[in-house]
Design a protein around this ligand. Sequence first.
Ligand code: GAP
Length: 527
Amino acid sequence: MAEESKSSLDALSALCKRRGFIYHSSEIYGGMPGFWDYGPLGSELKQNVKQAWWQFTVRGREDVAGLDATIIMHPKIWKASGHLDTFADPMTMCKDCKKLMRADQIGDIYADQKKKPQPKAAGSDFFCPYCGGELTEPKPFNLMFKTVVGPIDDPSNVAYLRPETAQAIFAQFTNVVSTSRFAVPFGIAQMGKSFRNEVTPRNYTFRSREFEQMELEFFIRPDEAVEILHGHVVTLADRPNLDGPVQDDWGWEVWHKYWVEQRKKFLNAVGLPTERFVEYWQKPDELAHYARACVDIEYDFPFGRQELEGIAARGDFDLTQHQKHSGVSQMVFDDPLKQAAKKMDEAARKAFVEKVQADWVARGRDAVAAEKFCLGLFEGKYVPHVIEPSAGVDRLMLALLCEAYEEQQLKDDKGKDDVRTVLHFHPKVAPVKAAVFPLIKKDEAQYRFARGLFEKLRKRFNVQWDVSGAIGRRYRRQDEAGTPWCITVDEQTTKDGTFTVRDRDSMEQKRMTTAEFLAMAEEALEF
Ligand code: GAP
C-alpha cells in the first residue's frame, strides 16, 4: 500500500471517529479486531444505504419479494450448502511469535510492514511476515462462528451464526413460492447480519468478523425450459436490450449480465460513478465448481483494488442441495411450460432429449440425469436456476466514504491557507440532508422562523439544528458530516419568507422559499 493511500485511509478513519461515523466495538475495553460500531452519523448512513438497496431491489420492482430470516438456523443448512465442509481459509502460525495469519495473505501482510523482516532460516521463502520466523504447514480453518442452542453444551446442540444471508432464502424458497403469487422468473431479497471468523480482519471495516449483507437470489428458468417455451434462447451474442423491460426468452447468460448492469445502476444512483469501479469477470478456472459465471465489482480502495460485491450465476446448485439434504422437493410447477411441451410430438421430444443429453455430457454431466430432467420439463417441473447479486453493506459504506472524502486547500477571508474537509455524499445516502441555522439566534423572528422550518423539514428527512458559533464554522461542521444543504435564516427571511440554501459542493448560495427548497430536495432524494 502506498504511503499516500495509507495516510488517506488514516485521515478518513480519524474523521469517522471524530464525527461519529465509525468506532471500534467495545472500545473502552480495548476493542475487538474485526468488530466495528456505527455512531450517530454512521448509523444514519447505514440506514440510507440499506433503504436505497431495498427500494431499488424490492419495492421498486414487481418481481422481487423480501425475507427477514433468523441468524441461527438448522445446522443441516450449512451441511447442504457446503459451508461446513469447505468454507475455510488456509491458516498458518508463526512458530516464533505465535501470530496466526491466512497463508494466502502473507504477501500482502509483508507488503504492509514498514520494517521488512528477513527469513530467520536461510533460503526459506515461506516465513513470518512479522518476524521472519518459521511458519507451520497451512491448515484449513472453518470461518463459521459456532454456538450452542439450549442449556446443554453438547456437540448435538451446536449451531452456527450464518456466514451469509443467502442460504435462508433457499431454505424458505418453497414457503415464499406458496405464499406469494410469483412465478419464475422472480427474486427473493434479504438484508442482514452475517458472521465470519476471519483469520486476519484487515483494512478498517473492509474485512470484518460481523457485517451486513444485502443479497438477492433471482430465480430463473433453466435454458432448456426457455427453449421449449420459445423455440430459442436469447444469449448475449443476440445483443439483447438490457435497459428495456425484461424478456421471457432470455437465457441465464443474459439474466446474469442484466443483474450486473442493475447493480452498476444502483451504485451510480448512490454516488459511485461507473468510472470508479471495474467489472472483473472470473476466469473459468477461478469459478466455484457449481458456478457458470461470476463478476466481481471492484473498487479502488486506498489499500488497493478490491471486491466491492459479486454477481454469480449459480445454476440449480443450492436448491438441488437442499432438496437432497432435506428430502423436500424444491421444484416449481410452470404451467406455460407444460402447455408448450404438450404441443411437441414424440419425435420433437426425442430430438430435444438427445440434444440436452449431448449438451450435458459435453459439460461433464450424466446422460440419464439429463433425460430425467427433460421428462420433468415436459410435465412443467424443474428446480429453478439462480442469479445471485450479493453486496456487503459495510463494504459499500466504506467505498462511499472513500469516494466522498476530500481535503480542499482554500484561502480564508484574509488570504490565509485553509483546509476544508468535506464528504461529498450523494444526497440519497447523506446522513443529514439539511441543516437549519438562524443567522442571529438572539433575533426572535429569525429564531422562530428557523425553528418552524426545522420542525417542518424533520418530518420528511433527517435535519440538524445548529445555533452555535459563526456561520462559517457551522457550514464546516456540516461539510464534514456530508450535509448537502445548509439553510440560513436571516433578516430578509422575516420580510419575504426566503432563506439562503448553501450547496455543500459548490459552496454557492441561492435564495429559496420553503416550497422551492422542498421540491429541489425531494427530486434529489427520489429513487
Ligand atoms: N452469498 C454469496 C456470498 O456471501 P461473498 O463474496 O462471500 O458471497 C458477498 O460475499 C459480499 O459480502 C462481498 O462482496 C462483500 O461485499 C461482503 N463481505 C463478505 N465478507 C465480508 C467481510 N468479512 N467483511 C465485510 N464484508 C464482507
